[in-house]
Design a protein around this ligand. Structure first.
Ligand code: HEM
Length: 228
């Protein structure tokens, strides 16, 4: 288990160094992909605004999109090796796996938010929303990487397949951008529990009060382990 109790400061390790590096590469490359991908939608506008420099801008756009595409592909492949072959990664995947308990948590949490229950359900190391977000990234990356490679190697494919790949690429890119801007930014920045931001992605730690509030089952397990 990658969690250490820092007894005096009572902070717990939420993200290890390897997980923080993977996250940093993922968010930098995804940010660049969103920026350089959606620029294509405004191509006409950029060309009108910048005139002949528009061509140079779009040449760089295309190059950066491909470099970031390769970076995101490598980090996804690395992550597969990480969750398969390292102890830390296997523990991550095991705790991330959906369980029946998650479904019960959904109903109980909605009940709590509607005022029908007094307390929030006790959640474990990863909440159902975190699990949903994590597996959405797997699904989304699979779609954008396969369709991205198809569009990159367009000379290999009949037009119909390329049109389908383009539609899936754009659709999934839009979903991912919205999920990141609306969902993830709210969860880790604007959520009143963590505002102005959850610093775990920088220093790796979660504070004890937040651990108790958001992941009480995990907290109980970790403190019991440390008291043994
Ligand atoms: C989160 C990841 C990604 C996002 C948000 C994204 C976004 C986009 C968007 C919005 C477009 C324009 C589609 C259109 O206007 O029809 C596009 C095109 C394209 N994307 Fe991506 N993309 C991502 C990942 C990738 C990856 C991993 C690759 C390659 C391995 C890739 C390669 C391409 C290619 C070749 C095109 C065709 C246009 C061009 O020449 O740039 N993309 N992408």
């Amino acid at each position: 288990m990658n969690t250490n109790d820092m007894s005096e400061k009572r902070k717990f390790v939420r993200l290890t160094k390897s997980q923080r590096i993977q996250h940093a590469i993922l968010f930098t490359s995804t940010g660049l992909l969103i920026l350089t991908g959606f620029m294509l939608q405004g191509e006409q506008w950029v060309i009108e605004m910048f005139g002949s420099a528009g061509d140079t801008i779009f040449w760089w756009r295309s190059l950066i999109h491909r470099i970031a595409g390769v970076a995101v592909t490598i980090i996804c492949l690395y992550h597969i090796l990480y969750v398969t072959f390292t102890k830390e990664g296997r523990s991550w995947l095991k705790d991330m796996f959906p369980r029946w308990r998650d479904l019960i948590d959904v109903f109980q949490n909605v009940g709590y938010m509607l005022g029908l229950r007094k307390a929030r359900p006790k959640m474990d190391r990863f909440t159902y929303l975190e699990k949903l977000e994590y597996f959405s990234v797997w699904f989304g990356m699979f779609i954008v990487i396969t369709t991205g490679i198809m569009m990159w190697t367009e000379y290999l494919w009949p037009k119909f397949y390329l049109d389908v790949a383009d539609a899936f690429h754009l659709g999934e890119a839009t979903l991912a951008a919205l999920a990141i801007i609306v969902g993830h930014i709210f969860a880790v920045h604007y959520n009143p529990h963590v505002y102005p931001m959850n610093r775990a992605f920088i220093d790796g730690y979660i504070k004890e009060d937040m651990m108790k509030e958001e992941h009480p089952l995990w907290y109980e397990r970790e403190t019991a382990k440390n008291e043994q």
